[in-house]
Design a protein around this ligand. Structure first.
Ligand SMILES: O=C(O)CCC(=O)C(=O)O
Ligand SMILES: [Fe+2]
Length: 210
């Protein structure tokens, strides 16, 4: 049995179109056309209407570390609720473990430098971020547009560059099979060189979000 905050390779691969990136270092999955173009456009328009400067949890003194904007998607909006349900159906993860969905928006020159999505256990803010819902388990991310130039997501440890493509989903386990945090999930949202980039991020937690 998979724990409620966990996805599994079997669950993901049971959906047509999901394939696993061949790597012994991390569990990374890719699916094209997870969202239809009209769904992508509606979500990108939603992000465009309302966004704030993105923040980071483990501040390292670099003010240019994450220069994008973030949209807090309203959970009770029917489009947003449908997306959360669709992601939960794909992941097999109990939706109670999902953080509120966010959109991320990048203009030319904006990026999110190499980071991991889990919270650093030795960071002073760890308790603040993780005391209730626990650590992040899985990341599901959907590209809402095919960026004109730049904007790839680079997984440094496995030397894999994923190009933004409208409707494409990627998902990875932030931990190893034994539950330890996996540093090989380090990834860099590279600078957009032309146009805009819009993505959806869905993070799941060990315990219900509450
Ligand atoms: O935009 C991307 O390609 C990655 C975004 C990301 O890593 C994040 O928001 O944590
Ligand atoms: Fe990330």
């Amino acid at each position: 049995m998979t724990a409620p905050g966990e996805s599994s390779a079997d669950t993901l691969l049971s959906h047509p179109g999901v394939r696993r990136f061949p790597s012994s270092q991390l569990d990374l999955f890719i699916m094209r056309d997870f969202l239809a173009p009209v769904e992508c456009d509606a979500l990108a328009a939603m992000i465009e209407r309302q966004h704030r400067p993105s923040t980071i949890a483990n501040y390292n003194g670099d003010d240019a570390f994450r220069t994008s904007s973030t949209c807090d998607l309203a959970p009770d909006d029917p489009t947003v609720a449908a997306l959360a349900a669709k992601l939960a159906a794909l992941s097999g993860i109990d939706i109670a473990h999902a953080e509120p969905l966010q959109g991320q928006r990048y203009e030319v020159g904006q990026e999110f430098k190499a980071h991991t999505d889990y919270f650093e256990p030795d960071n002073a803010d760890f308790t603040k971020y993780c005391s209730i819902a626990g650590q992040r388990t899985w990341t599901f991310m959907v590209y809402l547009n095919s960026v004109e130039a730049g904007g790839a997501t680079r997984f440094k440890a496995i030397d894999k560059l994923i190009q933004p493509e409208r409707g494409k989903l990627i998902a990875w386990n932030n931990r190893r099979a034994d539950g330890t945090l996996n540093g090989a999930t380090l990834h860099h949202a590279m600078k957009v060189r032309k146009g805009y980039k819009y993505v959806i991020t869905q993070w799941y937690r060990e315990r219900p979000w509450g």
